[in-house]
Design a binder for this molecule. Structure first.
Ligand code: HEC
Length: 155
């Protein structure tokens, strides 16, 4: 009788140990699978799709504006994007206004102080694009008022 009880006990312990190691193996398997395929059991799939869409839209131009950078669409756009956005935002460029000499001097300043490389043949393409699309606004100030009928303030 005692012998039987002992055997049952051993069986139960054996079953428990087997179950424990079984779960351990399954858990380790899932972990390794997760390491190999990081998307396994993660819930940010939606985010990944959105990131992909943004990349897809990089060339999109709407109403004459290149959406990803804000640059105006014109001859030389791609050259300007490639040359002028690696270090800073395109906004820094588009919020400035200058004529050809002005743009050349901004470029020289960056070459002398900010490690901007020699732009070679692209420089004239870039300067033409900038001077045409980001020229100084001639009517920056409102036009002077003319032909005004002044009147005396009553005392
Ligand atoms: C090698 C890096 C680099 C590249 C490439 C570069 N810039 Fe810059 N640029 C800078 C740095 C650095 C500044 C200063 C940023 C700041 O002040 O925060 C700057 C500032 C400017 C400014 C503002 C100047 C001012 O007076 O405030 C303009 C405009 C500009 N860059 C235009 C351009 C244009 C146009 C191109 C393409 C031909 C270009 N950048 C390419 C590094 C670069």
């Amino acid at each position: 009788m005692k012998d039987q009880e002992f055997r049952n006990k051993v069986k139960r312990i054996y079953l428990g140990v087997t179950l424990f190691f079984g779960l351990l193996v399954i858990g380790a398997g899932a972990l390794i699978y997760k390491l190999a395929y990081p998307s396994f059991l993660s819930f940010d799939d939606v985010k990944q799709i959105e990131t992909y869409r943004e990349v897809e839209d990089l060339d999109k131009i709407e109403n004459g504006i290149h959406l990803a950078t804000g640059f105006k669409d014109d001859v030389g756009l791609q050259t300007v994007i490639v040359s002028c956005t690696p270090c800073h935002s395109a906004k820094l460029v588009t919020q400035n206004r200058a004529n050809k000499e002005g743009w050349v001097s901004i470029i020289r300043w960056m070459q002398e102080t900010q490690n901007l490389w020699d732009l070679g043949k692209n420089e004239s393409v870039i300067v033409n694009y900038l001077a045409k699309n980001y020229a100084p606004e001639e009517k920056g100030r409102r036009v002077n008022l003319e032909d005004i009928e002044w009147y005396d303030l009553e005392k």
